[in-house]
Design a protein around this ligand. Structure first.
Ligand code: MLT
Length: 379
């Protein structure tokens, strides 16, 4: 039995993707795979048996990517699988920045009396006048799966869209449409609305800070459905209180931002739709099974992509570190490397070798080979 440990509740759609020889469990000591959503794995012990971790979602800041890579554990995510759900929530938030729906709805709920409610409504509604998005400029930081979908929607709503994404290619930009790519500094200066869609890492931590906010337009609106850590909470609270920022809408509530007039918080709802949960579970399970069964790597965040048709009766899979030429290394170890593929990502490398022999050669022989982190045969 191949054991898959679930560290969070995962849509049942995943179950169907695992062969009958797999068991999905919420508790086990020696799993071959781990599937999770937001469970924080940084202090989680990584068992020797573990081959891969699949994140049913996009963000991977809850997983120790380097620690996993150093143990030859391949980590996957599911880019794009929940992008429509997040895009829809951000679109809703765009409207909520201008239209004062949240306080207006609370006010309307509190109306009392039967006959004079209509009068109270007409008298009171002027307190909730809010602006439209049509013709305004939306700045999108990060035009990946979510950011690019949002750009298409915003253009259809009649907004001007500017974007910041160092990884943008002419082909991708052409597919998105009429988006002007600018520097982050220029985006801050020009945008009426800013939506964040970048991963959280050392270089993006607190990218919305006091200095950045000072360069923005007065009355700017900021939406954060990416990660809470991208925004300096002290700076945003001060900016909202001073009126520099009109609205801050975040999907990551924390003590500092709660209860501040002008800040709206939702409880990490971006991907919480049944459709997104199904899509992520399906994609995570499929990638995991293809890796465990065939050694193929698709959508890894710590190892290179490598997909090769199975051509032999056994396949050797090898994860390496600081090895420039895996072929040469395996050849030196006596492996027939006539039918192999290798790929590299920074210091980490991955190779598959298809063999036609019927020997029962074990992968243990590679345990002490310098540069090889993990090796296994798929039979
Ligand atoms: C993601 O990273 O995909 C989203 O934040 C949603 C989630 O955490 O499941």
């Amino acid at each position: 039995m191949t054991k898959i440990l679930k560290l969070n509740k995962i849509s049942k759609v995943a179950d169907k993707e695992f062969p009958s020889s797999y068991t999905l469990t919420e508790e086990c000591d020696a799993p071959e795979g781990i599937i999770l959503r937001s469970f924080k794995m940084h202090d989680y012990p990584l068992p020797e048996s573990l081959l891969c971790v699949a994140r049913a979602g996009a963000g991977v800041n809850n997983i120790p990517l380097d620690k996993c890579a150093d143990k030859g554990i391949v980590v996957f995510n599911t880019p794009g699988a929940n992008s429509n759900a997040v895009k829809e929530l951000v679109t809703c938030m765009l409207f909520m920045c201008g239209r004062r729906l949240y306080p207006a709805m609370n006010w309307a709920q509190g109306l009392k009396g039967t006959e004079d409610i209509a009068k109270q409504v007409e008298d009171g509604k002027k307190a909730f006048i809010g602006g439209e998005v049509l013709g305004k400029t939306l700045g999108i930081a990060g035009l990946g799966a979510i950011g690019s979908k949002l750009a298409v929607t915003a253009l259809a709503l009649g907004m001007k869209v500017i974007g910041y994404d160092p990884g943008m290619t002419p082909e991708r930009l052409k597919a998105i449409g009429d988006v002007t790519m600018v520097s982050l500094e220029e985006m801050f200066k020009q945008a009426d609305f800013i939506s964040l869609h970048v991963p959280y890492n050392d270089s993006t931590k607190n990218m919305i800070n006091e200095k950045a906010i000072a360069t923005m337009k007065d009355g700017v609106n900021i939406i954060n459905c990416a990660r809470g850590e991208l925004v300096d909470n002290g700076a945003i609270v001060a900016a909202v209180k001073s009126g520099k920022v009109n609205r801050y809408i975040t999907d990551f509530p924390c003590e500092e931002v709660l209860g501040v007039d002008g800040i709206i918080a939702t409880p990490h709802l971006g991907a919480s739709t049944p459709e997104a949960e199904d899509n992520c579970a399906y994609m995570a399970a499929k990638q995991m099974v293809d890796f465990i069964e065939n050694g193929n790597i698709v959508n890894s965040v710590n190892y290179p992509a490598l997909k090769k048709e199975r051509t032999g009766n056994r396949r050797l899979c090898v994860c390496t570190k600081d090895v420039d030429d895996i072929k040469a290394l395996l050849k030196k170890e006596g492996v027939n490397v006539d039918d192999m593929a290798e790929a590299h990502r920074g210091a980490y490398g991955y190779a598959v070798v298809d063999t036609h022999c019927n020997c029962d050669c074990k992968a243990d022989k590679f345990v002490n080979v310098k540069g090889i982190l993990k090796a296994r045969f798929i039979g």
